[in-house]
Design a protein around this ligand. Structure first.
Ligand code: ADP
Ligand code: MG
Length: 599
């Protein structure tokens, strides 16, 4: 019990700053984000980000730009809370095109770390060197320096030990920064970015490239599966890249959305894009996307979140409709490879597997060219192509029908035949017609059988030929935290040079399916997870069920077909395969009657 009421006091200024800082800079990655945004706002054409690490921590962040610099008389003002050159009044928010405008970043960063800024506008003869530690100015002197600004941040969170404790592992923090910088590189292809960790260059881009070039160089194995999008509605424009349905990720890490150049989290837009894919992709995965929206600033409110991660739109419906239309049209126009959704594990050849010989605007130093192989492959694939319009329409129809079937109990079916070596044709006593995707159905059966096995011991089987993986820096950044899980599950993975890893062994349940692509895809999926224990076992289960299921194109005897139907009827969720695709579609006798204009 309190004896008397606590005394209410106004907090001193430094404590207020410290509290406010927490909203803007909660992790090293948010410091990098704010400082890179400042460099972009300063019209820089070159931005270099350097990290130093020691003892499991990021010890120094340095960002150097060649932008407009800060006049000597304004340097100390820039570090005051709410000091900004970007707006003057609330009305300016309606036309604000810069990434910053709240004037909080420098003040917040200076409140929780030691900052050294050297800055020189091109009009000034000399530069200013300004040091501020935990909010106290300790140096402000003239010095020589090139045009632009360099900010060095050290002793991050030195006075907020609780925050320091909450930081994840060094690898995770660095991986977040890497992935943020990859995003900036995609969104600002005009700017030359250089990124170094402990003096080693992780990547660098050449300003003046376009998004596709940057994307190809950053993510060589995904780039061949991306298609450009462009759509307009009045003064709203969306451009960017989205993946073909066969390229999906287990999380949204590769789903970039930028509104007027600002990276935002916009769940409604992600849902809109997913809607555009319809049932081309399963519900629990996300396409890869870079969406760049240009919307008149007056129609966007970026001032609803301290880090401006979330934004609000006055014409949200219009924007979402534009997104759905634009993505759907791009998918419609693209040639999709046969069997897109969830079938990426069916050992299809993909153009992206063959490294592109195009000159890379980003240097990773690992891309090898194989133009001849690429041409041969392109020619081969042409034979397997089917137009996406047909596929999309049939898929949308299938999913609608699957939903209709889903509410009912599994019918008692009898065999009629098989079409296209792919679909089982069956009927029931009411005279309804059923089409069953034999591969999807059998996959569901296998999956359930595997799940029911009490102990699926994942032991190691050495690969005949080791598989070499070249990872993007952000993927490689996740390896150390994911490696123990992978090893537990039976993988043998060893370092093989910078950002390159060698897989020598895989879990024995993969049996003879030690196809390098399976291994690459599996590991790639795992590395796209950025936190917590990965669902590796689930992933392996799905792969094994897919691999051991009867393939599309295999001719079935009536007995084999009925076996699949009976086993499917006994599974927990007979209506979809483990990837979420429908296994069965139906037409009631009434629907058939209607189609023939009998009723
Ligand atoms: P904001 O970006 O919201 O204006 P900041 O605290 O990030 O607020 O920066 C304060 C001001 O300092 C900016 O408005 C800008 O005038 C100046 N500034 C910060 N970083 C740079 C930079 N790299 N180059 C030039 N000016 C900068
Ligand atoms: Mg700023």
């Amino acid at each position: 019990m309190r004896e008397s009421a606590p005394v209410i006091q106004v907090l001193d200024e430094s404590t207020v700053h410290l509290i406010a800082a927490g909203e803007v800079v909660d992790r090293p990655v948010s410091i990098v984000k704010e400082l890179v945004e400042n460099a972009i706002d300063a019209a820089s054409s070159r931005i270099t980000v350097e990290l130093s690490t020691a003892h499991g921590m990021i010890t120094r962040i340095r960002i150097t730009d060649d932008g407009v610099g800060i006049p000597s008389s304004e340097v100390s003002i820039a570090f005051l809370a709410h000091a900004t050159s970007k707006i003057r009044t609330g009305d300016d928010l309606l036309s604000c095109r810069t990434l910053g405008f709240r004037g909080e970043a420098l003040a917040s960063i200076a409140a929780v770390s030691y900052v050294t800024m050297v800055t020189k506008p091109k009009e000034s003869e000399t530069a200013i060197r300004f040091r501020i530690t935990g909010g106290e100015v300790v140096e402000c002197t003239e010095t020589g320096a090139p045009n632009g600004t360099s900010i060095t941040v050290e002793e991050v969170f030195f006075n907020t030990p609780a925050r320091r404790k909450f930081l994840k592992s060094l690898q995770t923090e660095v991986a977040h920064i890497t992935s943020l910088l990859e995003s900036f590189a995609c969104l600002y292809p005009d700017i030359t970015f250089r990124y170094l960790v402990n003096g080693i260059e992780k990547f660098s881009t050449h300003g003046g490239s376009d998004l596709s070039d940057i994307f190809r160089a950053l993510y060589p194995s995904d780039a061949g599966m991306m298609i450009p999008i462009r759509g307009e509605d009045g003064n709203t424009l969306v451009t960017g890249l989205v993946s073909l349905p066969k390229l999906v990720k287990q999380n949204r890490q590769r789903f970039l959305i930028a509104v007027n150049g600002r990276l935002v989290q916009a769940p409604a837009m992600i849902s809109a894009v997913k809607r555009a894919y319809g049932s081309l992709i399963p519900g629990n995965v996300w396409p890869v996307a870079v969406l760049m929206l240009e919307i008149p600033p007056a129609e966007v409110d970026a001032n609803i979140h301290p880090t401006k991660r979330e934004v609000r739109f006055s014409a949200e419906r219009k924007i979402l409709d534009l997104l759905v239309r634009t993505v759907r049209r791009a998918l419609d126009d693209a040639d999709l490879l046969d069997l897109p959704a969830g079938m990426d594990e069916d050992a299809q050849i993909s153009l992206s597997d063959i490294p592109s010989p195009a000159p890379a605007p980003v240097r990773y130093g690992t891309i090898t060219a194989a133009p001849v192989a690429r041409q041969v492959c392109e020619a081969t694939l042409a034979g397997y192509r089917t137009t996406s319009r047909q596929l999309l329409q049939s898929r949308l129809q299938e999913s609608a029908d699957a939903a209709a079937v889903r509410d009912e109990r599994f019918p008692e079916l009898f065999w009629i035949g098989q079409v296209g070596g792919t679909y089982i044709v069956a009927s029931d006593k009411t005279g309804a017609l059923f089409l069953i995707d034999q591969h999807a159905a059998h996959e569901r059966v296998r999956y359930d059988q595997l799940k029911q096995q009490e102990s699926l011991h994942l032991k190691t089987q050495e690969l005949i030929a080791p598989v070499v993986l070249t990872l993007s820096p952000s993927e490689a950044g996740f390896i150390p935290s994911v490696l123990p899980v992978l090893t537990d599950e039976g993988f043998i993975i060893e370092p093989f040079g910078q950002d390159t890893w060698c897989v020598r062994g895989v879990p024995v349940v993969l049996g003879r399916y030690e196809d390098p692509e399976t291994v690459r895809e599996l590991i790639g999926t795992i590395l796209s997870e950025d936190e917590g224990p990965v669902r590796l076992k689930e992933r392996v289960l799905r792969l094994v069920s897919c691999r051991s299921a009867v393939k599309a194109g295999a001719v079935l005897t009536p007995e084999q077909g009925m076996d699949i139907i009976t086993q499917l009827s006994q599974t927990a969720d007979p209506w979809t395969c483990p990837h979420g695709r429908p296994t069965i579609i139906s037409f009631s006798s009434q629907e058939l009657g209607k189609m023939f204009k009998r009723v």
